[in-house]
Design a protein around this ligand. Sequence first.
Ligand code: ZN
Ligand code: ZN
Length: 260
Amino acid sequence: MRRLDFVALVLGTLTTWTAAAADSPSILILYDNTAVRSDLQLDWGFAAVVTFRGHTILFDSGTKPDVLTSNMRALNVDPSTFEFGVFSHSHQDHVGGLAAVTGLRAGLVVHYLDAFPPAAFASAERLGAKPVRITEGRELLPGLFTTGQIAGEPPEQALVLDTSKGLIVLTGCSHPGVVGMVEAARRLKPGATIRLVVGGFHMLLNTESQVRATIARLREMGVQSILPTHCTGVVATRLFREAFGEQFLSGGAGTRVPID
Ligand SMILES: [Zn+2]
Ligand SMILES: [Zn+2]
């Protein structure tokens, strides 16, 4: 090997390693009703940024653009790096913060569900975003899927990451039920391990026995660990913590979950 080739090879390796270290695969919660750092604002709503295989994707946008902007700044997240957005469902606490992103990332493609109301599409277009309609589950990037539209009040989609250690399911509110969200993820990759379910589980009004039945079903489906947040509810969160023990992860705005 010529000396120059050798230098190029070493430099190439170093460059790759540095890039990988800077964008280590993770889910970083940007917006939540709890926060793990005092310099982050907490507010009802949910947003996260997913860094996966060199891609940076926005998932939901919280309620208020100013809160999202403040948290992105504090967490050193640059919206101009977002490749596209995926929005779980049309509630304001998930789509309301979009203006914080579109001002810095013109023409952002946002994956909305076909079931979103016309006003949601019009609003996104007014902000300069490009809404795309999702109906069926599909691979948006290698290893990164939407479940497609899952029937519920309102319909919802989850983001599914196919990692070396199994699937990670990222949910907004889980209005169709967290079990339905995980079932939809399993249909994309039959037989795959469900390594982690993270996001809102929407069990604020559920009884303890309903929560226990959900836990049992998630266990049956082989869900290894969970990070319930946002609209999960205090009672449900306590029961999940008891049931999953060390496989229960707690989190809020500022929580970074490594994903590979
Ligand atoms: Zn909702
Ligand atoms: Zn919500």
